[in-house]
Ligand binder design. Structure first.
Ligand SMILES: NC(=O)c1ccc[n+]([C@@H]2O[C@H](COP(=O)([O-])OP(=O)(O)OC[C@H]3O[C@@H](n4cnc5c(N)ncnc54)[C@H](OP(=O)(O)O)[C@@H]3O)[C@@H](O)[C@H]2O)c1
Length: 229
């Protein structure tokens, strides 16, 4: 689109280096920020007219819980964007299945994030992608690494769980298309699934074919998946 893209990052300078090649000189601008420093977020947003919130994590760390990352950071960003006065579009990237009544704490935090964003910024657009697949995805790559290292893949419940994975490039295109169409704002929510539904077993078969390994599984009952060490 020719837009300048400011990429707030925390952590090391190497983490975003590859992004700089995705635009002309000066078009992709990494900006160091701290998610717990309001002023640094304000600085990151100051020169923008569009905010796309991609902050999220599907596991907790010692420093950050689900609620802070997936809910409070979104709320804070929406509040800052509203105060800014010049943000015309706010895209909140949530997750398929986000719901206040979900049994998953992550998905409840995602739902709370959506609600807070819409409260602060009612014109925001909510994108709820299904599991993302693509070059750096964290599902097929992780399975492939596991299978290469251990020679098998654990399958919970026989791999019968269903997925509707979506290609990351399609999700990016949906976000860009939405930015070009004001009719997609005003609190609209889009659920972004891929064209096909697969079971975990179907996907695992494809993964084994791709890495050219003979498919070997260890079947585990669902309750074992819940055990925490
Ligand atoms: N991948 C999927 O299958 C999937 C499916 C549905 C929805 N989503 C959602 O889509 C969004 C983008 O995810 P992604 O798959 O592109 O993952 P990603 O590459 O890991 O991006 C997540 C971003 O959130 C940032 N982040 C995480 N924890 C943070 C913290 N404590 N403080 C500040 N920043 C933090 C990460 O920064 P660092 O790099 O510094 O950690 C990273 O920039 C997320 O909201 C995710 O929940 C992903």
């Amino acid at each position: 689109m020719g837009s300048q893209v400011l990429v707030p990052f925390r952590g090391c300078e190497d983490s975003h280096r590859h992004l700089k090649l995705m635009g002309d000189l000066g078009q992709i601008v990494p900006m160091n920020y701290n998610p717990r420093d309001v002023n640094s977020i304000k600085t990151a947003v100051a020169k923008s007219n569009v905010v796309i919130n991609l902050i999220g994590r599907e596991y907790e760390t010692r420093n950050y819980g689900f609620e802070e990352v997936n809910h409070q950071m979104a709320e804070q960003l929406a509040m800052i964007s509203k105060e800014h006065g010049g943000i015309v579009r706010f895209i909140q990237v949530s997750a398929l299945g986000a719901s206040a009544s979900s049994p998953s704490r992550l998905l409840r935090a995602k739902a709370a994030g959506e609600e807070s964003v819409l409260k602060e910024f009612p014109e925001a657009t909510i994108m709820r992608p299904a599991t993302l697949i693509g070059t750096e995805d964290r599902i097929l790559n992780r399975w492939a690494m596991y299978a290469k290292n251990w020679g098998f893949l654990p399958l919970f419940g026989g791999g019968s769980t269903k997925f509707q994975p979506v290609y990351v490039v399609d999700v990016a295109a949906a976000i860009v298309n939405s930015l070009k169409d004001d009719g997609t704002s005003m609190g609209k929510t889009y659920e972004l699934g891929g064209p096909d539904i697969y079971t975990v077993h179907d996907l695992a078969e494809m993964m084994f074919e791709t890495i050219r390994e003979y498919p070997r599984y260890v079947n585990l009952p669902f309750p074992i998946a819940k055990v925490r060490i």
